[in-house]
Design a protein around this ligand. Structure first.
Ligand SMILES: Nc1ncnc2c1ncn2[C@@H]1O[C@H](COP(=O)(O)OP(=O)(O)O)[C@@H](O)[C@H]1O
Ligand SMILES: [Mg+2]
Length: 304
């Protein structure tokens, strides 16, 4: 069953087209990653889903209801975490959590306490004294302590340290295990890779790819730095290897993620002495995969 159904949505801000024919479908029990560089249109799409702004064209349904017309009844079943959380400066974190969760009706007090502990949030401090990360924790605790069927999370981890990011990921997986649906936006592919059943990639207001992570494997490359005991043959000739460079006896290069297995096998036949890997970077991926879409820049020209 589809929980979110976005069809051919366009959003104009004056003459500027922020969204151009966006389609998106999120099924029940699914974690959907909504990925794209800054300014791509993620928050605009989410604001349309929440009924905060109205699409210029197209249809937007949540739980089979129109997101604009029936926003009030839809909201009873949604928990939302914005990327930049602004809280009431004079309330404490605990008071804001109470307010948020009470607004939503059903509150699970035990769950709320448990989440504050896991996120290491001190609820007695006034919000004005909180860092960005702490403000984000307040919103996350409020969301995950709420009984919701759909969690809409707009770049919710941008202020969290890696340890708290782990807690966040656990919470998302717990929601999924409980049969809830999650829409999670991010500009970092590797951050959501672990969590998402499917991802949609948006760029300049257009959905350019969507599918399961394995379906999108062809888009990603892993960065490797390798040193072997024996001298290798010509690594540059191996299928899937790109941008090979030698650095002080080690080789750095990129490998198409779907060719990783074969490349590692090849490397290990020379005895691996050192191996470092870094996940693919989304911006690199965009640049490479879609560089053919646009006119090459001439010298002196500015990128828009
Ligand atoms: N209210 C608005 N008026 C005019 N332009 C806007 C408005 N909101 C967003 N935009 C523009 O729409 C584009 C998409 O923004 P946004 O959805 O916030 O991107 P993202 O969340 O992916 O970083 C950006 O170019 C942004 O400047
Ligand atoms: Mg945004």
């Amino acid at each position: 069953m589809s929980i979110i159904e976005v069809k051919n949505v366009t959003k104009q801000f004056g003459k500027f087209t922020a969204l151009d024919g966006v389609d998106m479908q999120v099924n029940k029990g699914e974690v959907y990653g909504f990925i794209g560089p800054n300014g791509a249109g993620k928050s605009t799409t989410i604001r349309i889903l929440l009924g905060i702004i109205k699409a210029s064209k197209g249809s937007v349904q949540i739980f089979g209801k129109d997101a604009w017309q029936e926003a009030v009844s839809i909201h009873e079943r949604i928990a939302y975490v914005p990327g930049d959380v602004n809280l009431w400066p004079n309330l404490t974190g605990g008071e804001v959590i109470d307010l948020f969760t009470k607004l939503r009706g059903k509150v699970d007090k035990g769950r709320r306490e448990e989440l504050m502990e896991r996120f290491e949030l001190d609820p007695t401090k006034k919000c004005r004294t909180y860092s960005k990360g702490n403000r984000q924790k307040v919103a996350l605790v409020s969301a995950f302590a709420s009984e919701a069927d759909l969690y809409i999370l707009d770049e919710p981890t941008s202020g969290l340290d890696p340890l708290m990011e782990r807690v966040f990921q656990e919470c998302v997986l717990e929601a999924k295990d409980a049969g809830k649906s999650v829409l999670l936006s991010s500009h970092i592919l590797s951050e959501v890779e672990r969590l998402c059943d499917r991802v949609g990639i948006i760029r300049q207001g257009k959905m350019i790819e969507s599918g399961s992570m394995s379906e999108l494997r062809h888009l990603t490359r892993t960065n490797l730095l390798v040193q072997t005991k024996q001298t290798m043959g010509d690594l540059g000739k191996i299928e899937g290897v790109h941008d090979l460079e030698e650095k002080e006896g080690a080789f750095s290069f990129q490998v198409d993620s779907e060719k990783l297995d074969g490349v590692i096998r090849y490397l290990s036949s020379f005895g691996i002495e050192k191996l470092e890997s870094a996940p693919p970077n989304l911006e690199d991926l965009f640049m490479r995969h879609y560089e053919g879409d646009r006119e090459p820049m001439r010298e002196g020209e500015q990128d828009a």
